[in-house]
Design a protein. Structure first.
Length: 163
């Protein structure tokens, strides 16, 4: 009887010990990492050797350490006017001509000449037919012509000024 009580006690203790154990997920792969920044996370593995996907008409099961997760995001099209502009000469030395071939600009349409650091060097109103940009006070280099309509960038074109 003593052996029976001892056996039951040992089984009970063994059961308590084994139920306290846990196994963390592990993967056999050549590389991988986990990054978390500002509420976003990225986890990846490279070369995971044991993966499989089983599918039938109603379900899909994927085995592997990294489970795929897809989130569809709708992208709405931004309404921008289509500009039919001719910008010449490019590269230019003194004056750039912007010829409007179709659209009529509102009174809130501005033209900016911006350098590669984002500084606005020239700001002027855009004419409906033809606009001239004087480049004599600007050093040789690469610049961007930006057209803003109602405070929003609508058109950008890269130009080069030469000596």
């Amino acid at each position: 009887m003593r052996i029976l009580y001892t056996s039951i006690a040992l089984l009970f203790i063994f059961n308590l010990i084994t139920s306290a154990q846990s196994i963390s997920p592990q993967v056999f792969g050549s590389a991988g990492n986990y990054y978390a920044v500002a509420g976003n996370s990225l986890s990846f593995t490279i070369g995971e050797s044991l993966t499989t996907t089983l599918t039938n008409s109603n379900s899909k099961i994927t085995q592997g350490f990294q489970q795929p997760s897809y989130t569809a995001t709708a992208i709405t099209e931004v309404e921008n006017p289509i500009y039919d502009l001719s910008i010449y000469p490019n590269p230019a030395s003194n004056v750039i001509t912007i010829l409007n071939n179709g659209i009529s600009f509102s009174n809130n349409t501005q033209l900016f000449l911006i350098d590669v650091l984002g500084r606005r060097l020239i700001e002027q109103q855009l004419n409906n037919k033809q606009t001239l940009i004087d480049l004599q006070q600007v050093a040789a280099g690469t610049y961007f012509i930006v057209i803003e309509e109602n405070g929003h960038d609508s058109f950008t074109h890269k130009i080069t000024k030469v000596q």
